[in-house]
Ligand binder design. Structure first.
Ligand code: PHE
Ligand code: ZN
Length: 748
């Protein structure tokens, strides 16, 4: 049987109707066999209070073979129901009843990695979004939440480990070398959070004591050969558990938390209740083979799945149009977690980079869709950067508008109010409104309108009155689904720098307050703000921290960008100013007829050299600040792209910087190459990144002294970050050692 018989159906948000039957409890029993697994289910249904007695029971299925069917203990006759591989309809059912059935499935033949499948010989499930219907006939929709009990039976030699959601309540032996395990999950959940894992895995254990003193068993299940590679994942899990207690007051709610690493997995990981399944690349790591970024990636994904336990599992989505309710909020939470534990500035820069490089193009192309889509055909195609990352930006904007503390209170209120429910993004916003007293009605357009808004700024200084005028105009280009856009509610964080680069207090005409960063609330197509008591020569620092996912149009003078590059107190904007100035100069050079002029101006080179000696800035941020915009990014800014020339000119610019900063580069390189024990402490990560950045510039000139440094670093590196950095310098050089080093790396 194939899935190609499925006719494409368009699902509409507008057509949502509650389920006719709700589920109290689900009892499942799996008898595992690679090609013919038997699944018996016993499900207690109850008619929805708003539903008539005439409503048929409609269950979803996919590629299922039905072996038996009983209603309240009585076998159903052929005429009582209609069954096909993709649905089961029973025309007449009582108000409450128990439906028992047996289905047969073929895990080994399942290559879609949805439902129950085999990964390197281990049984594993993936049910989000609609995979549970490949296991048994069931109302496979997230607004049907039920308590699950799961019994697994399998041959002990094939599957010594038998796992499912929740708590282990019983296990024992059966005939013929088989054994069983009985699991019970006390929390109601939608079927997409169901999970089963069975196979020959080893388990690394640890414990976490919650702040109320409960002891939680933590287990990471991996293939035997990977046993030594779980330390970082375990540490990350404990950090995530602690962070969620401290920041949101959220304590883990089961007695055990299990993570399983599998090689065959479509996505990063899956938040099944109490039993997360991970793509093994987000679990396994050690310093000899993983870079700092790999480690940070693991920490972020472990955090993400853990945070879903509340945002997604305890409070889930009413339907798949609401996917961003759990994903946007959980991405936001994992971003904040990573920011708190590492370099917050660089985390923000990286997240904005993803947004600009992948989400903005999505929003500008044929696939543009709102964070809460109004329709979909295939839900699996909706796990997009718009739902995840733009969704996270929407949450971030609400935090900015409300303030950190009121926002946190709002999230807690949301989780309490809707605990155990399946809700909508409107419910989320309403909870924030209730707890903060703010009106977010217009803000909700961010959820329903696709496209990246553009904000054009015009400034003008009124010397006589010492007033700084800022005119803001917002527009949003049409997207395939919507031609007309209503104005967005945009929180625009701004600062003003005086001539020496110090922050000025901002007094807005007609408003209270004199903070140095103010949140302007743009809610019309055009608006003017007047700042009072501003001395002449002030420079605007707009969109601090990238306070809204918009494209800014503000041609700021070079000198102001240079000033901000040196002094902007907002680290994101300091980086942004450096990037803008560099981009401007590189693009100008690319426009010129000939290449014999230096690419970068004296102004830029001098500002860059000054940043290089900034001993206060964190190494992570400095590396970002000193790095020129990428070739890909430059190419995107041009109509006619000549990749060879872009590469040549960018290299020429880097050489210019390497020459001007040579001595300082050497100093900073040596300052960063102590031989402490490897750790992921943000300061050490920052030192490494700055050191390796310096090395890459030093190596441009291919002086013997730099080459020696680089070869030495390659050979004696105690971690992958340093070794890989040295390797990539050598590989992109024209040195004869290239080949030998590459061969050596391969051998390692
Ligand atoms: N819900 C998962 C996450 O974001 C992603 C996922 C979706 C995994 C669908 C598998 C299938 O954490
Ligand atoms: Zn997620």
């Amino acid at each position: 049987m194939s899935t190609s018989h499925k006719r494409p159906v368009t699902h509409l948000l507008q057509e949502y109707t509650p389920p006719s039957y709700l589920v109290e409890t689900v009892d499942l029993c799996f008898r595992l066999s690679p090609t013919a697994t038997s699944v018996t289910s016993s499900v207690r249904y109850q008619r929805h209070p708003d539903c008539t007695a005439l409503a048929p029971l409609h269950l979803d299925g996919e590629e299922l073979e039905l072996l038996s069917l009983k209603l309240d203990g009585v076998a159903l006759q052929k005429g009582d129901y209609r069954v096909s591989p993709s649905s089961l309809v029973i025309a007449k059912v009582p108000e409450t009843f128990v439906l028992e059935m047996e289905t047969r499935i073929n895990p080994q033949g399942n290559t879609a990695l949805e439902g129950l499948y085999l990964s390197s010989g281990n049984f594993c499930t993936q049910c989000e979004a609609e995979g549970f219907r490949k296991i048994t006939y069931y109302p496979d929709r997230p607004d049907v939440m039920a308590r699950f009990r799961v019994r697994i039976e399998a041959a002990r030699d094939l599957c010594p480990v038998l796992l499912s959601n929740g708590n282990l309540v019983e296990q024992g032996s059966l005939d013929a070398g088989w054994h069983f395990a009985q699991w019970e999950d006390p929390f109601r959940k939608p079927a997409y959070l169901f999970a089963l894992v069975a196979g020959d895995l080893t388990c690394v254990e640890d414990h976490f004591t919650t702040r109320s003193g409960r002891e939680i068993l933590l287990q990471i299940y991996v293939e035997h050969r990977n046993r030594e590679l779980c330390d970082h994942a375990m540490l990350s899990l404990k950090k995530a558990m602690k962070w969620d207690e401290e920041v949101y007051g959220l304590e883990y709610d089961l007695d055990r938390y299990m993570i399983v690493a599998v090689d065959d997995f479509n996505m990063g990981a899956m938040e099944n209740k109490g039993l997360n399944v991970f793509n093994s690349k987000y679990v396994l790591a050690r310093p000899e083979t993983a870079t700092d970024n790999d480690f940070l990636g693991i920490e972020a994904v472990i955090g993400h799945e853990y945070f879903h336990n509340y945002t997604g599992n305890r409070v889930t989505c009413r339907d798949w149009f609401q996917l961003s309710l759990k994903e946007g909020l959980t991405v936001f939470r994992d971003q904040e977690f990573s920011a708190d534990l590492n370099s917050a500035a660089v985390k923000r820069i990286d997240d904005v980079r993803i947004l600009r490089q992948t989400q903005f193009p999505e929003d500008a192309g044929p696939m543009a869709h709102p964070v809460r889509p109004a329709s979909y055909v295939e839900i699996n195609n909706f796990y997009t950067v718009t739902i995840y990352n733009k969704g996270a930006e929407l949450i971030r904007m609400q935090q900015t508008l409300l303030g950190k503390e009121p926002f946190n209170r709002g999230v807690r209120h949301y989780l309490k109010k809707h605990d155990g429910q399946a809700v909508t993004t409107d419910d989320f916003v309403a909870a924030l409104e209730e707890s903060s007293g703010r009106d977010l009605e217009q803000f909700k357009r961010w959820y329903s309108q696709a496209g990246t808004p553009r904000v054009a700024l015009t400034t003008h200084y009124d010397q006589k009155n010492q007033e700084y005028h800022l005119l803001c105009r917002q527009t949003c280009p049409p997207t395939p689904d919507q031609t007309e856009k209503q104005p967005f509610f945009i929180p625009l964080a701004v600062g003003l720098l005086d001539r020496d680069g110090r922050d000025l207090p901002i007094i807005i005409k007609g408003q209270q307050g004199r903070q140095t960063t103010r949140i302007l609330e743009l809610n019309q197509a055009e608006q003017e703000f007047v700042f009072e008591q501003i001395p002449e020569g002030a420079a605007l620092s707009p969109l601090r921290g990238f306070s809204a996912p918009v494209i800014l149009d503000y041609p700021q003078p070079d000198e102001e960008l240079a000033l901000r590059m040196a002094h902007d107190s907002d680290p994101f904007n300091r980086w942004e100013a450096a990037q803008q100035l560099a981009r401007r100069e590189l693009l100008a050079a690319l426009e010129r007829e000939s290449d014999d002029q230096p690419v970068l101006s004296e102004l830029f080179v001098a500002s860059w050299c000054r940043a290089l000696v900034d001993s206060e800035a964190d190494g992570n941020l400095l590396t970002q600040l000193l790095t020129l915009p990428s070739e890909v990014y430059l190419g995107e800014q041009m109509t006619a792209i000549d990749p060879g020339r872009i590469h040549r000119l960018r290299q020429a610019a880097r050489c210019q910087l390497a020459q001007a900063g040579r001595e300082q580069l050497l100093l900073r390189y040596h300052a960063g190459s102590g031989n402490e024990l490897y750790s992921l402490d943000p300061q050490q990560v920052g030192m490494r990144s700055l050191k390796n950045f310096c090395l890459s510039l030093l190596m441009l000139q291919e002086k013997t002294s730099s080459i020696e440094l680089c070869l030495r670093q390659y050979e004696f590196a105690g971690n992958m970050t340093d070794r890989l950095a040295a390797l990539s310098c050598l590989v992109s050089s024209s040195l004869p050692q290239r080949e030998t080093v590459l061969e050596d790396f391969y051998q390692r």
